[in-house]
Design a protein around this ligand. Sequence first.
Ligand SMILES: O=P(O)(O)OC[C@H]1O[C@](O)(COP(=O)(O)O)[C@@H](O)[C@@H]1O
Ligand SMILES: [Mg+2]
Ligand SMILES: [Mg+2]
Length: 353
Amino acid sequence: MPAATLDAFLNSYLGPPDELRSAVVATVRQLTQAATKVRNTINQGVLGTAFAGTRSANADGDIQKDLDIFADDIFLDAMRHAPVALYASEELEQPVLLDSQAPLAIAIDPLDGSSNIDTNVSIGTIFSLLPAAGLPATGAPDGNPAAAFLQAGVNQLGAGFFIYGPQLALVLSLGSGTHVFVLSTRLGTFVQAYESRIIPQRTQEFAINAANYRHWDEAVRLYIDDCLEGTEGPRGKDFNMRWIASLVADCYRILMRGGVFLYPGDKRKGYRQGRLRLVYEANPIAYLIEQAGGAATDTITRILEIEPESLHQRVPVVFGSAREVARITRYHTEPSAIGERAPLFSRRGLFRA
Ligand SMILES: O=P(O)(O)OC[C@H]1O[C@](O)(COP(=O)(O)O)[C@@H](O)[C@@H]1O
Ligand SMILES: [Mg+2]
Ligand SMILES: [Mg+2]
C-alpha cells in the first residue's frame, strides 16, 4: 500500500535510530518547505515583477535570471535549518560551509529549465544528498570545500527534484525505489501519488534538441536518423519526439511513460561535454532513473560511476528506458556495425528492437 503522505513515507524510512537517516529526513522536510515558497512566487508569474529581468552570469557562464537567484537564496536559507555541512549550487562558484559538524552535503540546481520561466512551462529544483562525514569536505587540506562533492553518484544517500508544473510534485528516492508526491493544497501536505515508478524497458519516444543535429557526432546522428526512418528504417517502428527544454519535465515524462533523453556532447564551442552538470543535474537524475529500473550513461559509461573532477563539470547525458539506453551505447561502441548501415540496412538484425 502506498504511504498516504510524504510524512508517513519519511517516518517509515527512518527505521531504527541512525544519524544519517534522520539527517536525510530532516533535510527533505526543509526542502519541501522551501520548494513550496518558490512555487508560491512562481505562481505569481509576471506579477512577481522582480523576477522579470536578467542578472549576470553564473559560475558556468549561463545568464542568471532573478528567479534563479531567488530560488537559490530560499534553498540556501532552508539548509541553514537542516543538518547540512555544505551547500553547493549551480548559482554559486564555491560551496557554502554551513555547519562543519553536520553529516550531509547537498548539491542543488535551484531552478532548472530557466529558459522556460517566461513561457509558463514547467521548471524545477534538482537536489543530490551526499555524506559529508569522513570527507576532506569541511576542512579540505587544500582548503577547497568543493572537494566534498567530488564523489561518484553511487555515494548519494538520496536524490530528487521538485517540478513546478500544473502540480507541485516531488520525485524522490532514498535508495529504495523512486516515488512521486504531489502537494495537496486541500490537505496542506505532500501526498503520495505513485509508489515505486517502473520505467518500461522499451520505448518509441526520444527527447533531444534536434536543432543541434549538425553539431552532433556521427553516432548520435545515426541513432536519430534510424529513429526518424520509422517503419521504413532499421528500427521497423515509428518514433515520437518530445523536447521540453526543462530537464525535470523531460525526466518526469519518462518516469511516467518511458522514453529516452539525450543531451550529448557536440561540436559547438563549450559543448564538448554537453550542457548538463554532473554533480547537481546528471547524478541526481541518474539515481532516480536507476531506482525506477531505467539506465543513465554519458553515452558509454554509467553516470553514477563517474568520479567528478570539478564541481561544475558538464557531462553528456543519455537516460531513460534501459534497452534504448543500451542501444545508444552500441551506436557509440560498435562503429563497425554503424559502418555497415545504409543502403541495405545490414545492421537490421543487430539494431531491431
Ligand atoms: O536550451 P537547450 O540547449 O535545449 O538546453 C535545455 C536544457 O538546459 C537546461 O535548462 C539546463 O538547466 P538550467 O536551466 O538549470 O541551466 C535543462 O533543464 C534542459 O534540459
Ligand atoms: Mg538545470
Ligand atoms: Mg538552474
